[in-house]
Design a protein. Structure first.
Length: 343
């Protein structure tokens, strides 16, 4: 009997022991699986924020939505716009964009004779910028030094088709690689006030560089402030598109051509929101462009209305409507940001 009691006690003890360890192992496995799930979810959200959404939802719909809009507008100048996923096919989309700008400038030079010399010069510059963009892209080049090799050809182009003032500036200030690089860096980093001629040379080269960099990653185009959400430069024009009831305004970056959505009744110069202080001026002979002025900071920005001209290419049409600049400046408004030609 004594031996049987010992056996029974031993069996009870073993059962309790096994039961305890099974419970412990189960709890540990449950905890580990929870931790694993949490970590994988965290990595996906934090490190791939742009990948997260398409898997579950609305991006495809958004893409279609934008494509429909672009198709309706024909060749959209400003397609370096928003997310790169929105473009027809990466590089192809960008190349079309440069070609579209050139074609639009050539076309408007015929229909806007008073702006024809400016448009022809712009077309020359866009033809120059197109291969700069393509070469940076094909080499995945992100170093500003890569732009130095284009200076001689640019100086030659300007001496052939530009003004004496620009040619003289190059002869006196752009002879050393150090001076050229300093100029490019000052333009790309912003903040420094440059001589208009200096800014012209730097922008011709930094624009395709900035556009290439902007084309590499998605840009959060919504909810941005008065400067570009990608490169922080000021907008050179507004773009109006019909969407739903009131339509929407986008701002076009003067450097990287990114577009971002911006409230219609809000001055990008000073933040004024009172619509009585934000007059809009229209000229009957230029229906697709308008002057968005601010009586608080006395600045203006021209907006190109794509609902009135679906073929307009904002960066080019902005140059073609120089008559509005003259009118606005005669009325004591200063342009918020000059275009490539310094106007
Ligand atoms: Zn920008
Ligand atoms: Zn203002």
């Amino acid at each position: 009997m004594e031996i049987a009691d010992v056996d029974k006690r031993w069996m009870d003890h073993m059962q309790a022991y096994i039961y305890y360890w099974l419970m412990a192992y189960g709890a540990i496995l449950l905890l580990l699986s929870e931790v694993f799930l949490w970590i994988s979810e965290y990595i996906r959200r934090v490190h791939h924020p742009h990948l997260y959404e398409p898997v579950y939802g609305p991006l495809e719909q958004d893409c279609d939505h934008h494509r429909i809009r672009h198709a309706r507008l024909g060749l959209d100048a400003s397609s370096p716009v928003v997310p790169s996923s929105d473009r027809p096919a990466g590089a192809e989309g960008m190349r079309l964009t440069h070609d579209a700008r050139i074609a639009r400038a050539d076309q408007l030079a015929v229909t806007h004779p008073s702006a024809a010399p400016l448009l022809r010069f712009y077309a020359e510059l866009a033809r120059f910028q197109k291969p700069v963009f393509s070469e940076l892209q094909s080499k995945s080049e992100t170093d500003l030094h890569a732009l130095l090799c284009y200076f001689p050809a640019l100086v030659k182009l300007v001496s052939r088709t530009g003004t004496d003032l620009l040619a003289q500036f190059a002869a006196g200030n752009l002879q050393s690689a150090d001076a050229q690089l300093k100029l490019l860096a000052a333009t790309w980093e912003g903040g420094e006030v440059l001589d208009p001629a200096a800014r012209f040379y730097a922008r011709v080269l930094v624009q395709p560089y900035a556009e290439y960099l902007a084309s590499r990653g998605d840009i959060q185009a919504g909810g941005a402030g008065p400067t570009c959400p990608f490169c922080n430069a000021r907008p050179v024009a507004g773009v109006l598109r019909g969407e739903g009831d009131g339509g929407k305004r986008w701002l076009l970056c003067s450097l990287c051509s990114t577009e971002w959505e911006y409230r219609r009744v809000l001055c990008p110069g000073c933040g004024e929101e009172n619509k009585d202080k934000l007059p809009i001026y229209l000229a009957a002979e230029i229906p697709a462009a308008r002057v968005d002025a601010c009586d608080n900071c006395q600045t203006y920005l021209k907006s190109i209305d794509l609902t009135k001209d679906g073929h307009a290419i904002p960066v080019v049409d902005e140059i073609a409507t120089v008559a509005l600049n003259i009118w606005a400046e005669d009325h004591d408004y200063a342009k918020l940001e000059s275009n490539l030609l310094g106007m």
